[in-house]
Design a protein around this ligand. Sequence first.
Ligand code: NGQ
Ligand code: ZN
Length: 456
Amino acid sequence: MPALFAETALLPQGWADRVRIDWDAAGTITAVTPGAPAQGSAERADAVVPGMPNLHCHAFQRAMAGLTERAGPAGDDFWSWRAVMYKFVAALEPEQIAAIAAQLYVEMLKAGYTSVAEFHYLHNDPEGKPYADRAELANQIALAAGATGIRLTLLPVLYQTGNFGGAAPSEAQRRFLLKTDAFNALVESLFKALRGSRHVRVGIAPHSLRAVPPAALREAKAALDKIDPTAPIHIHAAEQTKEVEDCLAWSGKRPVEWLLDEAKCDARWTLVHCTHMTADEARRLAASGATAGLCPTTEADLGDGLFPLVDYLAGKGRFGVGSDSNVGVSPAEELRWLEWGQRLLHRRRNLAPAPEGASIGGTLWRASLAGGAQALGQPVGAVAVGRRADFLALDRAHPCLAGHMGDGLLDALVFAGGTAAIRHVMVGGRWVVREGRHPAEERIAENYRAALRRLA
Ligand code: NGQ
Ligand code: ZN
C-alpha cells in the first residue's frame, strides 16, 4: 500500500505532527495516523496541506492573458474585453485548445491547484457548425487534464441567447451555441465516455441568465437529474452592474435573487462572481448552501467590482476560488486578493471573520478547500479517510517559510509569496509535480509555443 510520512500535516481537526497517510491503488485515502513512527516504507515529506480545487476556469483564455492591456479607442471595460476575447476564440482549433489547456494545467499544479472545474463553452467549429463528434472540444479538455494529471470536473456550457428575454445571439457567439436537445445529448455522451473515471466528474454550466432562457435552464437541469441528480451545476451571475440592470428590466429581479427564487439554488449549485448583491441577497445566498465562485484576479482585471465578503461570511456563506480568465494561476494569489480587496474597500485589516488570534491565511485556505470540493462535486479538499489523496508537500526549509509553523505556513503561502515553497504535488495518490517540476512540462510548453505561433 502506498503511504507518505509527513513531519506535519493540516488535518480537518487541525495541524498534527508525524502523520502517516495511506491510500489505496485508486488514490483514496485509507488511513491517517498522527504521531506515527517514521520507519517503514512510507516516503517522507515535510509539511502537507490539501491541494486547492480551482472552481472556475476557461482554459483557452490563458493564451490571451496579457494581450488585452492596450488602450482601445473609446475607453475599455468588461464588454470591450469580451469583444476582443470573441475575436480570439474565432480561430482556435481543437489541437490548440488542448495545447493551451495542458500548459495551463501544468502551471496550476505547480501553483497548488490539484483539481479544476472547466466551464467549457466552445462547442462548434469556427463557422459555428457542430463537429462530427459534438464532444470534439470537450474531449480536448479531458485529454489535457489526463496528460497533466490534474483532477477535472467538466462542465459543458449551455449558451443560447445574446441577452435576457431571448435576444438573438451575435455572430461572434456562434461557437458556443447549442439547442437544448443537442446540449443534453452532449452531456449524456460525456457521462458515458467518462463513467468510471476516478479523476473526472461531469456536471453542467448554464452560462448565465443572459445566455440561457428559463425554459432551457429547467429542461437542461431535468435532463441532468435523470442521469445524476447530484451532479454539480455552475452559472455566472451578477458580475457586472449592466447585467443586474438588464435582469431587473427583464424580470423585476436581480440575477442572484432570480436564481434563488426561480431555480431554487442549493448546495449543488455554484454561482460564479455574485459581485453585485444586496445585503439581503448575500444573506439568502449564504443560507442556500450554494457556493459562491470567487475569481478575484479576473474580477480585478475586468473591472467587475468587489464581492460583499463581509456580509456573505456573516451569514456563513460558502465560497471557493477560481482562476477564470487565468490572468493569475495561483490559489494563494486569489485568496490574497480576496482579502486585500476587502482591506482596500473597508480601510481595515484582517476582514475575513476569524476569532482573535486566528490566522487569516488559514481561515481562507480552509474555507476555499471546503467550498471548492463542494463546487467540484468530488471527495477532495481534506487529508482524511475517504477523500482523494490530493495534496501539496511544502518545503519548510525554503526561506519564504522560515519562522512559520502551523497556520503561519498558510499565512506565508497566501500573504508572503510562499508558493515558491510548494515542492511536490500529488493528485489521486500520484506525484504529478516533483521538486517543482512536472515530468512532461518541456514537451507541453513546446506544444504550447507551437500552438501560439500558429495562432499569431
Ligand atoms: C466568459 N468571462 O464566459 O468567459 C465570461 C465573459 C460573458 C468572465 N465573465 C463572457 N470573466 O460573461 O458574457
Ligand atoms: Zn467565467
